[in-house]
Design a protein around this ligand. Structure first.
Ligand SMILES: [Fe+2]
Ligand SMILES: [Fe+2]
Length: 180
């Protein structure tokens, strides 16, 4: 079922957020931090989560509102969260670029932006998993799904999909590495 892929995206994103959290914790303690790994995670979230995953959800949420207009405020809120998450991704991308270029930036603002990014993404996907997806499954009819599905183009996932893009290979090996 279509929503299964979106659920799988959440599972995958959660793994990336755990990796990002580990790097942020190391950074906070002044320990060695893998900024290149952090850049790969944020790059993927820009390329896939913000550009493929969220637009698919937006289409489903529009159908939810169509089916039951009383969900308008909820759907507006979700669209707004997608926009906010995308702008957090852009901000974190910029600040990581600055670190890598050795620009003078405060450790405090890196820490704040990194942790905020993790927190807001987790909050959003937990809300979708616990509340929104069950509501969508309960509310949308087979006809609704039939009309949504052709509008959802299948786009390959460059990290968790059939073939892993070269730029994500180092990140992929971290995901599949057994816990030390
Ligand atoms: Fe979402
Ligand atoms: Fe989502």
């Amino acid at each position: 079922m279509f929503i299964d892929q979106l659920h799988q995206d959440h599972v995958n994103t959660s793994k990336l957020l755990v990796l990002l959290q580990k790097q942020m914790d190391a950074f906070d303690k002044g320990e060695e931090t893998d900024f290149s790994l952090m850049q790969s995670i944020v790059d993927y979230m820009s390329e896939y989560t913000d550009s493929v995953h969220h637009p698919k959800e937006d289409l489903i949420y529009a159908a939810l509102e169509n089916r039951d207009p009383s969900y308008k405020n909820l759907v507006d809120e979700l669209h707004k969260e997608h926009k906010q998450l995308s702008s957090l991704t852009k901000d974190l991308t910029l600040i990581l670029e600055e670190i890598v270029l050795d620009s003078v930036i405060s450790r405090e603002s890196v820490s704040r932006q990194g942790h905020d990014f993790i927190k807001q993404n987790r909050k959003h996907l937990e809300k979708e998993e616990k509340t929104i997806f069950p509501l969508v499954l309960k509310t949308l009819t087979n006809e609704d799904w039939k009309s949504i599905e052709p509008t959802l183009t299948k786009q390959d996932d460059p990290l968790f999909g059939q073939s892993i893009q070269d730029k994500y290979k180092a990140l992929y090996s971290q995901i599949t590495e057994p816990e030390s």
